[in-house]
Design a protein around this ligand. Structure first.
Ligand code: BG6
Length: 516
């Protein structure tokens, strides 16, 4: 009964994607010696460059505290680009690196910004740039406001009224650490920037499969009529990672999984899967619907928190056959740490479409397998006419949007097993991006950087979305703080703490099994 037959045959029409050159601009990266810059931003920018989309005038100016010459900075980038498994090499990389410059300075010092201003003007002259600028904040969050206010004080965030040049600021997460701090940060940014200059980035929104969710829901007629409480039994959103805290203990000890993954990526996926159809694919219309959805999440009951939110922390265990330490034994982590590395939550939405449908969300580090997916499980048929089939054996149809690592979509339905008897079996219709489109998907940062250069904010988070997500999660953080309890331990390489199973079990449901 439970064998799964997999059938793959998907045809796609000719797809012509005409890519046009981006507008000329410069990109200033604050936090240029950090991990994100070398591992994500620069490779994404190089890839855009290699596709011939960067105009001649484009250049990058990296800023950080450590002293380095332009050449040393380029050497560091070159080394990192080489180390990337499928990393590009060759002449294009050298030409690209020649457009990378570096400036060291102390972020709180106003003098640094006047030096920066002069350097930018000089480079813009050298590259014949029109003065369009993106400032990318890839620093620890405590510096966001410091940098933006200093730029503002020197008039470096101002855009001329005639629209002849633009200035945009990309803000990495975390955007605040709770509702009050996020609102405070917003107020401070708003003193020098208009909302249309602020690009709050959530790299999950740049993932092809996450974007495909919109196309899937709103460009097909077959799914929308059943996308509601009448047909959907439950929705599960999973982001499981095998990695532990790595070398980010300093950050993670202050953050924890709820801030690191839930406030942003998980809530964004929830919003996209459950929101109403926007009237157009326009930044504000899409974001209006996401905010509306986030505001319809039923607040967690702090008194009964354990019934809807479970947190865990990985202990020692083994991942992929290799023994790994527990979170508290990781370098830079307090042996007494109460920081959570896993969160599972049951979310109810108080609106017409989803009343009574549970959304189960889980995300954790050091789990058994790296997998991110959104699974929509449908109700079973109201009456089963096949008397030979035990109704208890009837399985639900499930639609799974595989976000990573194997990007695709699959739909499991019930089908007849060949033969004279009435025998039913689940059959999975599978579509993999790789086999259909035959090329690796662009990195999320690539797409988002291009959108920022093009001035498209659709895939960036608006201030009210941030507030709505924090508004929901801040009481959870406060309750945890008050309880002073340790998260439930789970062995590294498992599927999280057993307590998480109680969330769906209380509704006679269970988590989807995601073993390889
Ligand atoms: C980041 C988190 O935003 O997302 C990390 O800070 C996490 O802790 C990462 O590992 C996961 O992203 P991806 O794209 O690898 O799923």
């Amino acid at each position: 009964m439970t064998d799964i037959i997999t059938h793959t045959h998907v045809s796609h029409g000719d797809f012509h994607c005409v890519e046009s050159r981006l507008e000329p601009c410069s990109l200033v990266i604050f936090g240029a010696s950090g991990d994100l810059t070398v591992r994500k931003l620069v490779p994404a920018l190089l890839s855009i460059f290699q596709r011939g989309l960067q105009p001649e005038e484009f250049f990058i100016l990296g800023c950080a505290r450590s002293r380095m010459t332009d050449e040393q900075f380029r050497g560091k980038l070159r080394l990192e680009l080489k180390q990337q498994a499928d990393g590009p090499a060759g002449a294009m990389t050298d030409i690209f690196l020649k457009r990378c410059y570096y400036l060291a300075g102390d972020y709180p010092e106003l003098e640094f910004y006047s030096t920066l201003g002069k350097k930018l003007e000089e480079l813009e002259k050298r590259h014949s740039g029109p003065g369009n600028r993106i400032y990318y904040l890839s620093t620890p969050p405590a510096l966001f406001e410091v940098i933006v206010s200093r730029l503002g004080a020197l008039g470096m965030t101002a855009e001329p009224g005639d629209g002849s040049r633009w200035v945009r600021v990309v803000v990495e997460k975390p955007f605040g650490r709770d509702l009050p701090s996020a609102m405070e940060l917003d107020t401070r940014l708003a003193r020098v920037l208009k909302e249309n200059q602020v690009y709050r980035i959530d790299h999950y929104l740049g993932k092809e499969t996450v974007q495909n969710l919109l196309m899937f829901r709103f460009a097909n007629v077959v799914f929308e009529p059943i996308w509601n409480r009448r047909y959907v039994d439950n929705v599960q959103i999973t982001v499981a990672e095998t990695l532990g805290v790595e070398h980010r203990a300093g950050y993670f000890e202050q953050a924890g999984q709820l801030r690191d993954m839930f406030q942003n990526h998980m809530m964004q996926m929830l919003a996209l899967v459950a929101m109403e159809p926007p009237s157009s694919f326009d930044a504000d219309r899409v974001r209006d619907e996401k905010v509306k959805l986030l505001r319809s999440v039923r607040p967690f009951d702090a008194g009964e928190l354990g019934r809807s939110v479970v947190r865990g922390q990985y202990g020692p265990g083994s991942v992929g056959g290799t023994g790994v330490p527990g979170y508290c034994q990781e370098e830079g982590v307090s042996p007494e740490s109460r920081v959570e590395t896993y969160v599972a939550a049951k979310i109810m939405l108080d609106n017409w479409r989803w009343q009574g449908v549970p959304f189960y969300l889980r995300s954790g580090k050091r789990l058994a397998r790296r997998v991110s997916e959104i699974a929509v499980t449908f109700k079973t048929v109201p009456h089963l006419m096949f008397t030979e089939v035990n109704p208890e054996h009837l399985m639900s149809d499930v639609l799974v949007l595989n976000i990573q690592p194997e990007e695709g979509v699959s739909l499991t339905v019930q089908a007849k097993r060949p033969g004279p008897k009435v025998q039913m079996t689940p059959l999975t219709l599978d579509f993999h991006y790789r086999s259909v489109f035959g090329r690796s998907l662009p990195d999320a940062y690539e797409r988002l950087l291009m959108d920022c250069i093009s001035g498209d904010q659709t895939l960036f988070i608006r201030h009210d979305e941030v507030a709505a997500a924090w508004g929901l999660l801040t009481p959870v953080l406060e309750a945890w703080e008050e309880q002073q309890a340790r998260p439930a331990l789970y062995p590294a390489g498992g599927w999280g703490p057993g307590e998480a199973d109680d969330l769906p079990a209380a509704d006679n449901r269970s988590w989807r099994r995601l073993e390889a």
